[in-house]
Ligand binder design. Sequence first.
Ligand SMILES: NC(=O)c1ccc[n+]([C@@H]2O[C@H](COP(=O)([O-])OP(=O)(O)OC[C@H]3O[C@@H](n4cnc5c(N)ncnc54)[C@H](O)[C@@H]3O)[C@@H](O)[C@H]2O)c1
Length: 286
Amino acid sequence: MEHFAPRVGIVTGGAHGIGRALAAEVVARGGLAVLADRDDEGARTTAAELTALGPGRAVAEHLDVADSAAVQALVEKVAAEHGRLDLMANNAGILFSGPLEEFTDHHWSTAIDVNLRGVVAGTRAAYAVMAQQESRRGRPAGVILNTGSLAGLIPAPRMAPYTSTKWAVVGFSQAVRHEAASHGIQVNVLCPGYVDTKLIDEVFEPTASYVRGSFRRNTKALQPRLLTPEVVARKAFSGIEKDKPVIIVGGFAHLSARAMGVAPAVVRAGSRLQAIREERQSRKGA
Ligand SMILES: NC(=O)c1ccc[n+]([C@@H]2O[C@H](COP(=O)([O-])OP(=O)(O)OC[C@H]3O[C@@H](n4cnc5c(N)ncnc54)[C@H](O)[C@@H]3O)[C@@H](O)[C@H]2O)c1
């Protein structure tokens, strides 16, 4: 595909961070971006800002991706109102940080509901709509972009609910991609390294030993220059245009993912060292 300019796209978690930047790409390419977020005020503000930039426009819709019936209803509503759905970006996600023994059932069920079931619900709903659409002039009938993470490609320690759900998103997206091709639907999974968004400051229900600000500090120790959401979104669109199955963004992510293929023992040793260092730091309260 030479230039991907979706006429209608839904971006979950579109109010902030990477989702906002993905929506901005849709608008910059002349399309309508539906910002589906549980932060209503944030989504409304972002929609107004993106619309002011144009040439396309953005609208805000309330959505909790953990509610799969609501995800389906929104996808159907958008497709019915606008006649089609070209992009479904299942991007909303939350972060977990801490040692395995401190995560509760609630951490696990929330991680699965938001980070995994949210992506599955968005994919299933968009799939049903896109399968009815025609693919025109060599273009897919629709594109489903799921946001995974570098943590879905390597054994990222001390964030087990996050790592588990992101590995699942990467596996799910790659498996579905091959079925979707028969319907003219393109499925790509986005795996950035660390990105400068509020996610890395807002750990979901911090566990007892979590020290405020430590996730961002630890992140910067691994990848001193954080990616910007805008760079991630640009790479995501160029990855869609090249139909890359897994769109890896950032030097650290590329290096880590490549090492995982050719020298996995090195990555595992790095993860072990990271786990030891973070455990020591959290004991010191640093
Ligand atoms: N920031 C990073 O370093 C990084 C790296 C790799 C992958 N990611 C992934 O990118 C995605 C976006 O994260 P971000 O960094 O832009 O974070 P962010 O916190 O800036 O944005 C996340 C957005 O998702 C929304 N959201 C959260 N839970 C939701 C729910 N249940 N329903 C609807 N909306 C919900 C939030 O309101 C927010 O607008 C996530 O899936 C995250 O795991 C982030």
